[in-house]
Design a protein around this ligand. Sequence first.
Ligand code: NAP
Ligand code: ZN
Length: 347
Amino acid sequence: MPTTVKAYAATSATEPLTPFELQRRDVGPKDVRIDIKFAGICHSDIHTARSEWGPATYPVVVGHEIAGIVAEVGSEVTKFSVGDRVGVGCMVDSCGECKNCLAGDEQFCLEGNVGTYNSVGKDGEPTHGGYSQAIVVTERFVCGIPEGIGLDVAAPLLCAGITTYSPLKQWGAGPGKKVAVVGLGGLGHMAVKIAHALGAEVTVLSQSLKKQEDGLRLGADHYHATSDPETFKALRGRFDLIINTVSAMLDFDAYLSLLDVHGAMVNVGLPEKPLSLRMFSVVMGNKSFAGSNIGGIRQTQEMLDFCAEHGIGSDVEVIAADQVNEAYERVLASDVRYRFVIDTSTL
Ligand code: NAP
Ligand code: ZN
């Protein structure tokens, strides 16, 4: 029998999220049912709930930063037992057989991965995410949350953590590397913590100096306001790597001028509109202008273990479910310190 669980859903692009009930499928042989304890609020949830990346299928329950406890396992499940602390991120299924899945890049499954929400599951049913009491997920897409990280501060690692860990690893952030993080929001604050733990010299580039004290506390060595034109003069040619987490359009040519030769600007922020760029900004200096999309399941587990080892969790503001619309407005106003997390016991 499918179970009915309480949730919070978007019912249109323009209305606030409201209480909702949804059905979770029966636990199949390879499935794990998770009692969700905390669900982070990612800016992607807002982009989706408001159809900013294209029309969403309503009603949709968003949330892909899920932390909870295993409540039931299927007969063929080997990785997890009832009572385990686990997390689920942006994907809940993929073919498992294509070259990208086999390489651990399920986010690039050639058949298309199944998103945690606003997607269609292998059973043909719409998928619904973390702003809910429970979820049923095939065990391949469930990660273990190590002891020592609270479930509330672990939840955001499942998207904000892996989305920043993956490019920092791919572009070699570490000792001797100068890394800039653009935007000190949910992703940005994780990028600062992780880049610092990897041993890089970290600079925050924020719109203002309002969060400077926090940025330095989180692990940044330097902090600059991008609203000050002097910043772009002073830091010209400075960085090996820029991780751009901004959800809006930037003057990309100006940011590329901050890279050293052979440097890379890696974009994880996903504004809705196409951008413009002078090709001179990348050609002069053999620079790279790149992107990065979350990370595979194996790397997500590696990131969780890395964070546990380094005592890293997200800085969170835990809220009740009925505060979610207010939280959205605060995220949009860059007034998040630094991730809202829904306590799902309040649903
Ligand atoms: P967030 O918490 O809202 O953080 C974004 C930060 O960008 C803000 O805190 C702000 O930092 C800065 N910012 C916002 N508007 C700006 C503007 N107009 N000009 C300059 N800076 C601005 O969002 P998030 O959850 O970290 O997500 C960031 C983006 O990454 C979103 O577009 C999201 O969809 C995307 N995302 C991508 C992936 C992926 O796999 N690539 C995964 C998750 C999320 P300051 O106040 O410090 O300037
Ligand atoms: Zn996300």
